[in-house]
Design a protein around this ligand. Structure first.
Ligand code: B12
Ligand code: SF4
Length: 492
């Protein structure tokens, strides 16, 4: 029998296309404290073939609670399916949700009849405290960092202070068969690790300002180095994917970590996330050290080519600095991947063209650069962007089932004009086509496992690139079909 059962929902977007699933790092982190003195079992809908049968059996054995993680969007569908299984087997077992969606909307989350408790923010000590309260009969009102339902009433407890990342144990990797989660990056064995959380910026559409209100925190450099070194040695890794929002906040710490990788002779490549403004503060020598220390990929949110939109979403970015920044970093060995979005209220055709032109310039001037697909921005619960969207007529979902349809792919499929009142049917059709073409403009889909599809994709790339950058979006029948097939594969 297990004391605590954890469930990682399906992340449908990538599951069907990737050979391997990403490590369920959120659940591993959440369980790191409680796993020290409790039996914990983790089911992953992506990798446990009969997750439902195994979950039913585990629930029948009477655990203290079942914990499930969820982001807004399709993960909620899998999270609800798992919650339903628990309640069918034993309605008395508390179902606890944590992660970005319950953190953004804890009250909405526990208003659902299948969810009892929402954990807000960091889970390590809150889960431990909650399990302890459930086991000893201590009232839930004493557990900081949760929102819970009692009959028709919803109780909102005070927030727990952010976890000191130097205090927490390493992720309890023994809860998973790690070989199932070793993905290939640059043909090296890779898992994700997390050494910092939060972000100092205040982008209106993002989860981070709601969760941490501009507060970034990281493990000390020595602790981060030890975590990485031990995971690299234990799992024979050649690549580490830092599941963090902004690695370039604390310059000294970042440089100490990089110097540590070099001094320890760690033969690893890695990926991190950055903001143009923060990364620009690094001198040439410092960026050279970052490259020497193995940074192979850096993900950078630019979002738009329009200064008006950048200001309206509080991106904290001067758009005219992006091209010089890209030129400057072009001399280093790392590959920047720039993120862009569309479908902002009031976005004009000229502003959309500015975005496409900026994407073109970035790709043109740095052969290592790539851009993400041109995703529509999604108004997340309780974000400032949602408040803005409401002023433009948006009626947000009022149930978990509704939020489950709130991700870029579902919204594109439903029709952007259907989801967002400020998007006309013509613009919705244009944005959907731009999204599809932008998926082909560089090597972003090179991870596709099927070699035939990969070759077709590479052959088509130059055509898509030309059409995208000329804003020539009249799709041919085959492209439309590829889009539909791609969509179905992502979401089935
Ligand atoms: C790595 C990452 C991914 C990875 C893997 C995620 C995974 N879970 O396996 C990949 C690349 C697959 C991914 C995909 C996407 N992601 Co992502 N991702 C991240 C990132 C950068 C780090 C997540 C992470 O691992 N953090 C480290 C862990 C330790 O922290 P954590 O997840 O917050 O977990 C802690 C607490 O939340 C809590 N907790 C979490 N779960 C649970 C469960 C229980 C029971 C308990 C008690 C506690 C608990 O305890 C943990 C420890 O303290 C975050 C940024 C961020 N701020 O989190 C975005 C983020 C989570 N992603 C986001 C988005 C939007 C996406 C995509 C939709 C993007 C897209 N358009 O494609 C996709 C969709 C996935 C899908 N369809 O479901 C948003 C989610 C916003 C939201 N409203 O939910 C975030 C917050 C980015 C952002 N700033 O907006 N992502
Ligand atoms: S810079 Fe990125 S992580 Fe930070 S608030 Fe903006 S979107 Fe969120």
């Amino acid at each position: 029998m297990s004391d605590i059962v954890l469930v990682q929902p399906h992340i449908a977007m990538l599951d069907e296309l990737l050979d391997r699933s990403t490590l369920p790092i959120s659940l591993l982190a959440a369980a790191s404290v409680v796993a020290q003195d409790h039996q914990v079992v983790l089911f992953d809908q992506r990798t446990t073939r009969d997750w439902e049968g195994e979950l039913r059996a585990a629930v029948r054995s009477g655990p203290t609670c079942v914990g499930i993680t969820a982001m807004t969007g399709v993960q909620i569908t899998g999270a609800l399916a798992a919650s339903a299984v628990v309640k069918e087997e034993d309605p008395e077992i508390p179902v606890v949700w944590g992660g970005p969606h319950p953190t953004l909307d804890p009250e909405g989350t526990v208003s659902h009849p299948l969810v009892d408790v929402a954990v807000v923010g960091d889970g390590e000590y809150t889960l431990e405290d909650l399990v302890n309260a459930l086991e000893t009969g201590r009232p839930l009102s004493s557990v900081k960092g949760i929102v819970y339902a009692e009959g028709d009433a919803v109780h909102v407890n005070p927030r727990r202070p952010h976890t000191d990342l130097d205090d927490i144990p390493d992720p309890p990797f023994h809860l998973v068969d790690i070989e199932k989660y070793i993905i290939r990056r640059r043909n090296r064995r890779c898992i994700s690790l997390c050494t910092s959380r939060g972000c100092p910026y205040q982008c209106t559409y993002c989860f981070s300002p709601v969760e941490c209100n501009g507060r970034w925190r990281g493990m000390s450099a020595p602790r981060a180095l030890d975590l990485v070194t031990s995971a690299v040695e234990r799992f024979n890794l050649g690549f580490v994917w830092f599941a963090e929002q902004n690695a370039f906040v604390d310059r000294r710490r970042m440089l100490d970590i990089c110097q540590g990788f070099v001094d320890r002779g760690l033969d690893i490549l890695w990926e991190a996330e950055a903001h143009v403004t923060g990364m620009s503060r690094f001198t040439d020598d410092e960026l050279a050290l970052v490259a020497r220390a193995g940074m192979a990929d850096v993900v950078i949110g630019v979002e738009t080519g329009s200064q008006r939109i950048a200001d309206s979403i509080r991106k904290g970015l001067r758009i005219d600095t992006v091209v010089p920044f890209n030129r400057r970093i072009a001399r280093y060995s790392f590959h920047p991947r720039y993120c862009f979005m569309t479908a902002f209220p009031g976005e004009t055709e000229e502003e959309l063209a500015d975005t496409v032109r900026l994407m073109h310039t970035l790709l043109d001037e740095n052969p290592r650069a790539s851009t993400t697909a041109l995703n529509p921005v999604i108004p997340y619960p309780n974000s400032t962007y949602l408040a803005e969207a409401k002023r433009h007529g948006l009626v947000p979902p009022d149930s978990l089932e509704g939020w489950a349809r709130y991700d870029a792919y579902a919204v594109l499929q439903d029709g952007l004009d259907h989801s967002f009142p400020w998007v006309t049917p013509e613009r919705a059709a244009l944005l959907r086509r731009l999204y599809m073409l932008s998926s082909f403009t560089d090597d972003k889909l090179d991870f596709i496992g099927d070699p035939v599809i990969r070759i077709l994709y590479r052959l088509y790339r130059p055509i898509a690139r030309k059409r995208f950058f000329n804003l020539n979006t009249d799709l041919m029948g085959a492209e439309e079909m590829a889009y539909r097939l791609g969509y179905d594969a992502k979401c089935s």
